[in-house]
Design a protein around this ligand. Structure first.
Ligand code: ZN
Length: 505
């Protein structure tokens, strides 16, 4: 191994590039192959002798002492101390070993006093004696939050991960801004492309940390939900009042609450698939033991999160966490709960054209309920697509929706049957009426005739007449006949765009 490393570095040559010019090769005694695929193995070899003294306060996880985490050049030591009078004596012992024994004598390193920090989680008082380095001459700074291995820890025990959620939500929001700012250069993004970019640029921030953090605090989760919902609303051109479920059922993106929980369950399954001496496996099994004694732990958080799912929660048998099959079953339950939750969201009277039964969706199937709908692929004009989205999602100025937010002078709501059409004054001014039934406005009738003339050209007179009859007899089904047809769909979206102009605010 050492011979190979010597050979590797002895034969290594560098060149400096400036513009198109490249220097003659030269050798250097400085520089290492940081980031090389061999680095983790070399690092493990280098740190093999790092063995801080064991103390009585060390964390013991199923008989395995784990009080130190070592990741690249970052070392984290953690010990339980009294929140009333934190005694850092044993932590000082470990720090002294690291500085004086390992760094100075074994590995020829120097501990960076400026970068060394102390984080006391849940402590109500300052430590009895400060933590020091450099022979007690420098006190280690105490901080309120610290980032280790990408996770932000906070000293507030009730909000240990709040800083993490805030940071990731902010990064995700910036990514969202960048995605839509790109439209200034590339034009309006199609939904298909935007969804792909979402998974590449936004989703990684939203799901970050699911292996360690389960979403049990609503205020933290809301930070991520706000970014995700904001992205989807802007993509579809919808306002904050529109129903939420359709944002997911139409784009194929899963709500972040369900997505993160499924990922956390998959990680739990991953730990079970490791060997019994793998630290992740040991830790997960220890978490099961802790949950059985009613202590806060990863498994306990999973149980809470499963029970808190909206509308359709998952009843948990904790024995499910003992086997891979049991966790697979829980994942399927979360997917089904998600599908049912969203299906119930689009079953509302507000969105008659999205009714899942009408569309033949299986309400318990995630593959049926959450799909990037084909009509987004068929419509290439952004304004037409947004008009269609507004019509489907009750984000329009038709009386049926506008008078939903208004009451009579006596405070009583205006019943649906009283939200009459502004032109004919007879029927309810809803989506179906303005699309296919209202004949009180000549311009509207003329535009409808133009639509059906175009339909006859596209699919033939016989099929066109059948569709025209369907529009009158079963309008919602006719709308989906339009949306499912690659040629009719763009024509229909343009028609919706024009029709909504006849019904301004
Ligand atoms: Zn009318």
């Amino acid at each position: 191994m050492f011979d190979w490393m010597r050979s590797l570095y002895r034969g290594m040559e560098y060149r400096v590039r400036l513009g198109d010019e490249i220097s003659e090769p030269f050798q250097s005694k400085w520089g290492i192959l940081a980031g090389d695929s061999a680095s983790p193995s070399l690092f493990c070899g280098y740190m093999h002798d790092y063995n801080p003294p064991v103390t009585v306060d060390d964390l013991i996880i199923l008989l395995v002492i784990i009080s130190v985490l070592v990741f690249a050049d970052d070392i984290a030591k953690f010990l339980p101390v009294s929140p009333i009078a934190p005694d850092l004596h044993h932590l000082q012992t470990k720090l002294d070993y690291t500085e004086k024994e390992f760094c100075a004598r074994s590995s020829f390193l120097e501990l960076n006093a400026d970068k060394s920090k102390l984080l006391l989680i849940g402590a109500r008082n300052p430590p009895i004696a400060p933590l020091t380095v450099e022979n007690g001459t420098r006190i280690v700074e105490t901080v309120d939050s610290f980032v280790y291995s990408g996770i932000t820890f906070s000293s507030d025990i009730r909000n240990v991960f709040s800083g993490h959620y805030t940071l990731r939500a902010k990064q995700a929001q910036n990514a969202v801004y960048a995605v839509f700012a790109s439209e200034a250069y590339v034009g309006s993004l199609s939904v298909v492309h935007a969804v792909r970019i979402y998974y590449a640029r936004v989703d990684p921030y939203l799901i970050h940390g699911y292996e360690a953090i389960v979403d049990i605090k609503e205020s933290d989760l809301r930070k991520l939900q706000k970014v995700q919902i904001g992205f989807l609303r802007r993509l579809l051109g919808l306002h904050p009042r529109c129903p939420l479920a359709l944002l997911f059922t139409e784009t194929g993106i899963m709500p972040i609450r369900h997505r993160r929980l499924i990922l956390s369950l998959k990680y739990a399954k991953h730990t079970l698939e490791q060997s019994s001496n793998h630290f992740a496996n040991v830790s997960f099994r220890d978490s099961r033991v802790m949950h059985s004694t009613n202590r806060s732990c990863f498994v306990g958080d999973l149980v809470k999160a499963l029970k808190k799912l909206p509308d359709f929660h998952v009843d948990v048998d904790v024995r499910s966490f003992e086997t891979v099959e049991g966790i697979d079953n829980l994942i399927e339950c979360v997917q089904e709960a998600c599908a049912r939750h969203l299906a119930s969201g689009i079953s509302s009277e507000r969105t008659p054209l999205l009714n899942p039964i009408l569309r033949g969706l299986k309400e318990d199937s995630i593959q049926s309920v959450i799909v990037l709908r084909k009509y987004f692929k068929f419509i290439t004009v952004s304004s037409h697509r947004k008009a269609l989205s507004r019509l489907l999602s009750a984000d329009h100025f038709l009386a049926v929706e506008r008078y939903r937010h208004i009451t009579y002078d006596n405070g009583q709501p205006i019943p649906r049957c009283e939200r009459r059409c502004r032109y004919c004054r007879v029927c309810v001014e809803d989506e179906v009426h303005v699309l296919f039934h209202c004949s009180a406005l000549q311009l509207l009738v003329a535009r409808r005739q133009k639509l059906f003339a175009r339909v006859n050209v596209l699919i033939g007179e016989t099929a066109g007449n059948d569709l025209r009859h369907l529009c009158l007899s079963d309008s919602p089904r006719a709308v989906h006949r339009f949306l499912d047809h690659p040629d009719l769909c763009p024509t229909f979206a343009k028609y919706v765009f024009d029709i909504l102009k006849f019904f301004p605010l």
